[in-house]
Design a protein around this ligand. Sequence first.
Ligand code: HEC
Length: 107
Amino acid sequence: MQKIFLPIVALAALMAMPASAQKKGDAAKGKEVYEQCGVCHASATDEKKMGPSMKGLYKKAALKNGKKVSDASVTEAIKKGGNGMPPFEEILTADEMTNLLAYLKTL
Ligand code: HEC
């Protein structure tokens, strides 16, 4: 019995790990993801390129669509796109999105 029990505990511990490690995004990795946004969005200045600057995004009260700036509303804006903003729903993985949001918060 013991021979079976041990591997199961080890496996359960392994499976539990990624879930807790995933929560917090990695801003450095998010910056790499942002390279595909930088053509249209400034990040260091308020300059308007194709789209609005991402500088201070999380310090703004609301997005252009009037929704309060939050992980949910920003994720939706990025996934759905519209008005010249391409939809990234099928381009970014969940991890890339988490890292991207962590980076946007540093701007
Ligand atoms: C082809 C140019 C282009 C690319 C590439 C692009 N965007 Fe956009 N984005 C836009 C435009 C244009 C808008 C303004 C849409 C509008 O007026 O509703 C926008 C809007 C947004 C908004 C909403 C801003 C607000 O205040 O409402 C966010 C957030 C955003 N983009 C993030 C990103 C991120 C993150 C990426 C990279 C994954 C990205 N964009 C890539 C053109 C682009």
